[in-house]
Ligand binder design. Structure first.
Ligand code: FAD
Length: 362
């Protein structure tokens, strides 16, 4: 079976790799693979977050992905370094309100069997000496992060190593079981997977409403660098009702994110984005100013009309959707790939994925 995937971000590439591994022939169409949110992402793989407190179905989906990630990354790591670390995530409370949030977080983790250790302020300071004064923390030893600078090239290599084709062109429209490219050429398909992030519904030739509108929510990531990593462990700094990602990489890069901005399709990285992240990060890490400036980038979280992922068949014959992962695309890439592969090969997907069928919005 000939599968075409439009969009080569982390979602499209993960689907393409796993589908090929299951014996399908896959072509990925993308003018610049992994250049958008999947390039910008912090790559956190956290144990849970406030979005999951009242969403049991999304929690179940995250848990399924969490189950799959270690083997997904190990297998990918055999092809090329995937930039995956699983040496724990620290949630640090910088005010009293954040301590309450940690209580809810620990209850959530205990209810689903995700190991969590409650830490005193002294224990947090010992684990992360660069932090300013904290009120307490939570350490989840089995969680981690993945570095997009490694993950995306590894996925591209994985797709190509199994004979997959990457067509570096823009898909303009869908017509008669083929995708028409910006150079006028057509790529025929038996099955089509649309995974073009917040551009998915803009592909022409699809009947009105067949692809729900995917709206972009912009986020900035700031990168600072030092000779040796300033932080020993991946962390979230929680204060004033918000949570800031602090993701150290082994080469000394510290990824700091993220802002949350409703500004349409404006992709530019701005001074105010940098200002917000520097202000919040330096409140958590007093010595931050000594780090070197590594750059700032912005990308769009792809958000569906109900804010939940769209994974599976659309109302159109042979057309599937894999988008709408919002803040969790990296975290949910493994389960999305598993689900689409099952559906494309006619096997039963995992039960946790059923509520995320795009047909719920039709
Ligand atoms: P994208 O990465 O946007 O990829 C879509 C692809 O489609 C692009 O490569 C684009 O070139 C292509 N495309 C568009 N139009 C066309 C067309 N017409 N033809 C062909 N190709 C097309 N998630 C986590 O799990 N953990 C995190 O820590 C995390 N941090 C984040 C921080 C920030 C600042 C942001 C912005 C996001 C973060 N996310 C995180 C979310 C995550 O990055 C996204 O959910 C994920 O990258 C979405 O992947 P995607 O493949 O669906 O979309």
């Amino acid at each position: 079976m000939n599968v075409v995937v439009v969009g080569g971000g982390v979602i499209g590439l993960a689907v393409a790799w796993r589908a090929q591994r299951a014996g399908l022939t896959v072509t990925v169409i993308d003018p610049a693979p992994a250049s958008k949110a999947s390039h910008v992402t912090a790559g956190m793989l956290p144990p849970g977050n406030e979005q999951l407190f009242d969403k049991p179905e999304l929690l179940a989906l995250c848990l399924r992905s969490r189950e799959l990630i270690p083997s997904f990354m190990a297998e990918l790591g055999e092809i090329a370094p995937a930039g995956y670390r699983r040496d724990g995530v620290l949630d640090a409370a910088f005010d009293e309100e954040a301590l309450d949030s940690l209580d809810r977080q620990i209850a959530l983790q205990e209810s689903v069997g995700i190991p969590a250790e409650r830490l005193t302020a002294e224990e947090v300071a010992k684990l992360q000496p660069a932090f300013g004064p904290v009120h307490g923390g939570l350490f989840s030893p089995d969680e981690g992060a993945v570095d997009p600078r490694f993950l995306n090239p590894a996925l591209i290599k994985a797709v190509e190593s199994l004979g997959g084709t990457l067509v570096r062109r823009r898909a303009v429209r869908v017509a008669d079981h083929a995708v028409v490219l910006d150079n006028g050429e057509s790529v025929p398909f038996d099955r089509l997977v649309l995974a073009a992030g917040p551009w998915t519904h803009r592909i022409e030739g699809l009947p009105e409403g067949a692809v729900p509108e995917i709206h972009p929510v912009k986020g900035h990531i700031l990168r600072l660098t030092s000779e040796t990593p300033l932080l020993g462990v991946t962390a979230r700094a929680m204060s004033k009702g918000t949570s800031l990602y602090l993701v150290p990489r082994p080469d000394g890069e510290l990824a700091i994110g993220a802002t949350y901005e409703e500004v349409g399709y404006d992709e530019s990285a701005t001074a105010s984005g940098a200002f917000e992240l520097l202000t919040r990060a330096s409140a958590a890490i007093p010595g931050l100013g000594a780090l070197r400036f590594g750059g700032i980038s912005a990308g769009f979280r792809p958000c569906s009309p109900d804010g939940l992922p769209l994974i599976g068949p659309s109302t159109l014959p042979d057309v599937y959707l894999a988008t709408g992962h919002a803040r969790m695309g990296v975290q949910l890439a493994a389960v999305t790939a598993e689900t689409l592969t099952a559906q494309l090969t006619g096997t039963e997907p995992h039960a946790s994925t059923v509520p995320f069928s795009p047909l719920r919005l039709s």
